[in-house]
Design a protein around this ligand. Sequence first.
Ligand code: PMV
Length: 336
Amino acid sequence: MSDTLQTKAQVINQFLPEKLTTKHSAEAFAPSNIALCKYWGKRATELNLPTNSSLSISLGHLGSHTRISHSENGADVVKLNNRTQDEQSSFCRKVIAFINLFRRDQSIPLVIDTRNNIPTAAGLASSASGFAALVLAINDFFELRLTKVQLSAFARMGSGSASRSIYTGFVRWDMGKQEDGMDSVASQLDCQWDDFCIGLIKVSSAKKPVDSRSGMDRTTATSSLYQNWPAQAAADLITLQKAIENRDFSAMGACAEQNAMSMHATMISAWPPLVYWLPESLAVMQRVWQLRESGIAVYFTMDAGPNLKLLFEESSRKLLETEFPQMDIIQPFKSH
Ligand code: PMV
């Protein structure tokens, strides 16, 4: 089977013109997103094809702006938040490798300038918005006229969760079943939920010891709990979609929190164990559980890191701001 698997370059190549045309410059924005039903595990690594479908909420105006223009000095230049990156840095290498999938052997030196407006205090990863903004900027710069389905599939090849950052609001990424992954793409749910709030609580900004890609690989290879994960994620996805349709906040929050805890259970049971929580993470969880006991509808979710994302509605905002003064609040459905 492995010799029939396609590479990223082979898949993308089918959708490219023989010779690229370019604009003077192109700029794009993509929002970051937080999964309520997590993507955790791959059925094929080269194309980032997942073992389960997932569902996220986009972070509105928080994300990545990427600008592509021609380089004057004949060499690629990669900038992040106004700083030129060392060409050996992993950020620079990832960006150039991704652009090369489109540029192929054509000599088109570029300046790729990415700015993240995610508050540094928020402790959020930016690979989802980063690859989505990069794909959108590539599409415009090389005048590729790709569809949203294709953009989502290509963003996924950069980072799985980036497939969801092509859209705003609630977004579902269907795992798909094709070998080339062109059906493993995201789409937007038809829902406007004005009162919906996300609170970002940073407990640490230290670089995580194991990134999500390696964490996923270690979990699938060594955790015996992982075998339950795909079925649970499939069931959670249905529960979440129903809760979103019915605007049933508590059903949605409870399912999202349990989904996150279940993913963490698979990590903790990996070998060597993957414990992303810090004592402060657990302290926030316990405070959330106490608040719920006292009747406040607040839930949390966490990714492969120690920081928490609280889920609540506008009616609880004042109280939660007092409880967690360090929290950054996002209202994904309100314009800024
Ligand atoms: O897209 P990646 O490779 O950074 O993986 C994201 C994994 C989680 O954040 C833990 C879950 C998710 O669905 O975003």
